[in-house]
Design a protein around this ligand. Structure first.
Ligand code: GLA
Length: 511
């Protein structure tokens, strides 16, 4: 027994001397031996004062060793101050040769406190994982730092993999989709994608500026988009092509030059891309966001061409400016010619606005009628209307119903193509580290999702697909508005449960 106690003591001593958990720490944070002390300073007690990190990059750290191999969500905050000179303050996770940033403040002023916060999901993997304040920007490593109120909250295994896949909830109604981007190609995002969704839309990688950034040698950059298509198809997901003609994310070379050159470029681009993905992508957003906003009822009475986004109505409308409103029809004709097997979509936002919806309806009806009556078409040219659905807290779901009724009369398929519901009050898009949502907002958001999906189900004879624009709040382009079904940790939010059972959810949260 004595022997056993001795062995344990020796082992414990060994861990204490060469380990990561010195007794001198504040809430688990400590510095390198001989470089720090714990002091009272500037009215704060328990402050870690670092007298220059000397030889180490890691000024102050918090060991993550006990979480090695486990997926953790880290919530971090600390008040940090540098003495003498301004400089960057950055906290990272030391993880198997990679150093993901948890909180970063460039060129922080000297001799004042900076409240730093951050959150991150990581799986500590190396033999010495930690969260640390770094001196990377500081070659001398002699800066004096003060760290007060350091705090770490760690959630282990916050993920619930047992959720019923949304694609099975809606299997009798429509496809359920989301976007694909580099982040979503692997790991937990990819797992979620594959579990819940049966169709993906590349968030950016098929846009003209990414596929064809340069005219030189006609060089198209297929690698990223190809990798996505291959992986998604191999995993049983369909791919929605997005997007051929748009006023944003389009390289200047396509539109510079004469009207004739722009028309030729438009047709060539469409032809090149559709041919490249032939047999792999059977549905494409051909034209995106051609209709302008702020239309009056009177505007929509006349020719739809007067409602198209132009250099008069908007600061950027390059295709219109060069070719006129005919660029829309030209694009659809080129797409049909390039690959008749593809379903061609017109895609736009703000279609819960009755005037914009009417203008879009008039345009599609006119183009389709003339295609059959005057151009010998044997089927409709525009066979799908994409309602983006970037909604916000002020959405009136009944307006969406009116638009669905209106679009039904076109006799084409409808897709909800970019659904998210932002709860930002200011319209700020966000920086992906600002995902804080009150419980009340989470409930209100979930109710809107429930009402929408109830409505979509009612119209599932014409709605073929409902695609979300983002898996989780932190990776969304609208992170400040927390618009997604999963929070930054990838936990299902109330919105997820609302979509899983709209009737049950609305009953539970009856107004
Ligand atoms: C539009 C586009 C999308 C995307 C969003 C913003 O809705 O259609 O491709 O760029 O804006 O993320």
């Amino acid at each position: 027994m004595k022997k056993f106690v001795l062995i344990v003591t020796i082992i414990m001593l060994a861990f204490t001397t060469c380990g990561n958990d010195p007794e001198e720490n504040v809430n688990g944070f400590y510095g390198n031996p001989g470089t720090y002390e714990i002091v009272s300073y500037d009215g704060k007690s328990n402050v870690i004062k670092v007298n220059g990190a000397k030889t180490e990059w890691e000024v102050v750290k918090y060991s993550l060793l006990e979480y090695k191999g486990k997926e953790i969500a880290i919530i971090f905050s600390a008040d940090v101050r540098r003495e003498g000179a301004a400089g960057d303050l950055s906290w990272h996770v030391n993880n198997e040769g990679t150093y993901p940033t948890i909180s970063y403040l460039p060129n922080a002023g000297a001799d004042v406190w900076h409240h730093m916060t951050g959150k991150l999901i990581v799986t500590p993997a190396n033999d010495n994982p930690s969260i640390f304040l770094s001196t990377w920007e500081n070659n001398t490593k002699n800066t004096v730092y003060y760290i007060a109120n350091p705090s770490i909250t760690i959630e282990v295994d916050s993920i619930n993999p047992a959720l019923t896949p949304l694609q099975s909830v809606y299997k009798d109604n429509f496809l359920i989709g989301n976007i694909i981007n580099e982040t979503y190609m692997t790991g937990r995002h990819f797992e979620r994608l594959k579990h819940h969704y049966n169709v993906v839309t590349p968030e950016n990688d098929m846009k003209p500026s990414l596929l064809a950034p340069s005219k030189k040698g006609g060089a198209y950059q297929w690698a990223a988009a190809d990798a996505m298509v291959e992986k998604m198809l191999a995993n049983g997901m369909q791919v929605q092509g997005h997007v051929l003609v748009w006023h944003f994310q389009t390289p200047g070379w396509m539109i510079d030059g004469t009207k004739e050159e722009a028309e030729a470029n438009l047709k060539n681009h469409i032809n090149t891309v559709l041919k490249h993905f032939k047999g792999k992508i059977n549905s494409w957003d051909v034209v995106n966001e051609a209709m302008r906003d702020n239309l009056s009822p009177a505007d929509t009475e006349g020719n739809w061409r007067n409602c198209v986004r132009s250099n008069q109505s908007d600061w950027e409308a390059p295709w219109f400016d060069k070719i006129g409103p005919e660029y829309i029809e030209l694009a659809f004709l080129a797409a049909r010619e390039a690959d008749p097997d593809v379903t061609l979509y017109y895609n736009d936002y703000g279609l819960d606005n009755p005037n914009k919806a009417k203008a879009v309806r008039n345009m599609i009806a006119d183009i389709n009628e003339r295609y059959i009556n005057e151009k010998g078409g044997t089927r409709k040219l525009i066979e799908g209307i994409g309602m983006q659905g970037h909604y916000n807290r002020w959405l009136n779901v009944e307006n969406v119903r009116c638009t669905l009724e209106l679009f039904k009369t076109l006799g084409i398929e409808i897709a909800i193509t970019e659904l998210d519901i932002s709860f930002s009050n200011t319209g700020v898009q966000g920086n992906r580290n600002d995902t804080v949502m009150s419980e009340n907002d989470e409930i209100e958001q979930a109710k809107l999702y429930a009402k929408l999906f109830k409505l979509f189900r009612e119209y599932s004879d014409v709605i073929v697909r409902v695609s979300m624009w983002g898996i989780d709040d932190a990776s969304s382009w609208l992170s400040a508005g927390n618009p997604c079904l999963f929070d930054w940790r990838l936990n299902a939010k109330k919105a997820f449960y609302a979509i899983s059972d709209p009737d049950g959810f609305l009953e539970e949260y009856k107004e």
